[in-house]
Design a protein around this ligand. Structure first.
Ligand SMILES: Cc1cc2nc3c(=O)[nH]c(=O)nc-3n(C[C@H](O)[C@H](O)[C@H](O)COP(=O)(O)OP(=O)(O)OC[C@H]3O[C@@H](n4cnc5c(N)ncnc54)[C@H](O)[C@@H]3O)c2cc1C
Ligand SMILES: NC(=O)c1ccc[n+]([C@@H]2O[C@H](COP(=O)([O-])OP(=O)(O)OC[C@H]3O[C@@H](n4cnc5c(N)ncnc54)[C@H](O)[C@@H]3O)[C@@H](O)[C@H]2O)c1
Length: 463
């Protein structure tokens, strides 16, 4: 009976994320008949509730901060800035909408692509159900992304997530943020700078615990210098709505019971993959213990013909890693088949101000690799350009393989760090000797000109 209704395609893509959309267009260009299934807004997380809206808010928050701190540069501003969150949101909504419309237009303009709205589930290895429709293909690409993880203890609390906080049109008076990592820190600084009193509660001993402790400590110093309250080592957190309005979060710290109250609560406690929504068991797909699809280095799952791209494969959690998955897929399907996950280096930025740019290994990871290492670290306060800007918080550091002379990792926490890290990354992709970069002449006055000086300071690392 079901077979009567089956619509066949050369490929089915599930999820209009950072890999799904370009893949649909690339397949269409090769004259494949493609179904692209999406349950929510086109563009996925990055466009709608991730990078684009948050970095729009980061820009507004930076403007508020620059005005409030202009007196440090000899500019007297008669009054503190008046923040209009409605206007900030409107600007953000326009950026998001323009991006969505661009994606929509490119897909609609492609007659090979059928846009199908709804939640997809597997019927079996080759068939997908969306509402009353059954789609069939021997090539299925999953780009279903992830959603906020809500920990136990918040069943009785009204909370915000990265998505709902972007819908507020009034700045919260007191914002409690549970989770002191990428999402928590970016929103903490945004809303603090827009006028909220912000408290971060983190269960671990360090903020951004994936970084080296030295980096985490400096990040903490930066956000605390801004005026954000931070409590690490907060265990057993529970949230409750107050009868009088607002929220109370209770927790334990060093064996003592503590409590704080606020007007709003943001949960920034990690993300879980949307793999479960697909009923993957119907296709015999294997998931890792954290719910990610298991993939090989060319993104194929344990089921032949089914591929997983982007956040849902657990191999990256960023827009650029999802897009790179698309590039690998395209190369495997239509190119020389040389590109694989093995080529990719770790890189990302944490968009607090000043930002942290990261590439390759942390020092802890490099030590665990057992390689002979060289290491150097310098404070941002040593750089003329940082001094001239009056933005001297942070550091630059680099780790080198003593035998190959190649750079294994770098961190630039400081003004322009998100851009400057690209210099290290380029040297790493080029498998360049650190000496080439050390002997390069960089432009004065830039923060990048510290790189050659930093490399001159390299010292062996004790095992
Ligand atoms: C607050 C925040 C800030 C971020 N900032 C950055 C940043 O600055 N830089 C950066 O690189 N990364 C950032 N990220 C991460 C980045 O947004 C994601 O890594 C990126 O969007 C890649 O996602 P994706 O392509 O895997 O899937 P997504 O973009 O999440 O798309 C998945 C799509 O699949 C759809 N879907 C899911 N299940 C089904 C189903 N069963 N049927 C139909 N459709 C389905 C979803 O509705 C969604 O549209 C941020 C994330 C957040 C939350
Ligand atoms: N700039 C960027 O590229 C950017 C920005 C935001 C998000 N992202 C992506 O989004 C992903 C998710 O970010 P995230 O910050 O939510 O997740 P995360 O997994 O990095 O951090 C979650 C934090 O919440 C804490 N936590 C978890 N449960 C808790 C509890 N019950 N009580 C107290 N603390 C608790 C954890 O210890 C951890 O520090 C990241 O992996 C990142 O890739 C990227």
């Amino acid at each position: 009976m079901i077979e009567d209704r089956v619509e066949t395609f050369d490929a089915i893509i599930i999820g209009s994320g950072q890999a799904g959309n370009p893949l649909a267009l690339a397949l269409a260009k090769e004259k494949w008949k493609v179904a692209l299934v999406e349950k929510a807004a086109l563009g996925g997380t990055c466009v709608n509730t991730g990078c684009t809206p948050t970095k729009a808010y980061v820009a507004s928050a930076r403007a508020a901060w620059a005005i409030s701190n202009a007196h440090n540069l000899g500019i007297e501003v008669p009054k503190s800035p008046k923040v209009n969150l409605k206007a900030i949101k409107k600007r953000k909504d326009k950026l998001v909408n323009d991006s969505r419309l661009g994606i929509r237009k490119s897909l609609v303009d492609s007659p090979q692509v059928s846009m199908i709205r709804g939640t997809a589930t597997f019927v079996d290895k080759t068939r997908i159900k969306v509402g009353s429709r059954i789609l069939k293909s021997y090539k299925i690409f999953l780009n279903v992304g992830a959603r906020p993880r809500i920990p136990e203890g918040f069943e009785e609390a009204g909370y915000l997530t990265n998505s709902s906080i972007l819908q507020l049109d009034k700045v919260p008076d007191q914002l409690i943020i549970v989770g002191g990592s990428y999402i928590g820190l970016e929103f903490a600084q945004i809303f603090h700078r827009l006028g909220s009193k912000v408290t971060i509660l983190e269960m671990g001993d360090y903020l951004v615990s994936k970084e080296d402790n030295h980096t985490s400590d400096l990040v903490r110093e930066i956000v605390e210098n801004d005026g954000i309250q931070v409590t690490c080592g907060a265990k057993n957190l529970k949230g409750k709505n107050k009868k009088s309005g607002g929220i109370t979060v209770s927790f334990e710290k060093e064996g003592k019971d503590k409590k704080i109250s606020g007007s709003h609560l943001l949960l920034a406690t990690g993300r879980i993959p949307n793999s479960d929504l697909l009923k993957p068991e119907n296709a015999g797909l294997i998931l890792t213990d954290k719910g990610y699809f298991e993939v090989n280095t060319t993104l194929e799952t344990n089921v032949e013909g089914i591929y997983a791209l982007g956040d849902c494969n657990g191999k990256g959690a960023f827009t650029h890693t999802s897009y790179n998955d698309f590039e690998i897929m395209q190369n495997q399907l239509f190119g020389d088949k040389k590109r694989t996950l093995k080529d990719r280096l770790t890189n990302y930025a944490l968009y607090i101000d000043p930002p942290l740019g990261r590439a390759g290994m942390t020092l802890k990871q490099a030590k665990e690799s057992g390689k002979k290492l060289l290491f150097a670290r310098m404070p941002m306060s040593d750089i003329s350009r940082a001094k001239e800007k009056g933005e001297t918080q942070g550091k630059m550091e680099v780790i080198v393989d003593a035998e190959t002379e190649q750079i294994l990792g770098a961190a630039v926490l400081g003004t322009g760090g998100d851009e400057i890290i690209g210099t290290f990354l380029t040297a790493m992709y080029g498998k360049m000797s650190y000496k080439t970069l050390m002997n390069s002449v960089q432009t004065h006055p830039t923060v990048t000109e510290l790189i050659p000086t930093l490399l001159q300071q390299l010292q062996p690392v004790e095992k």
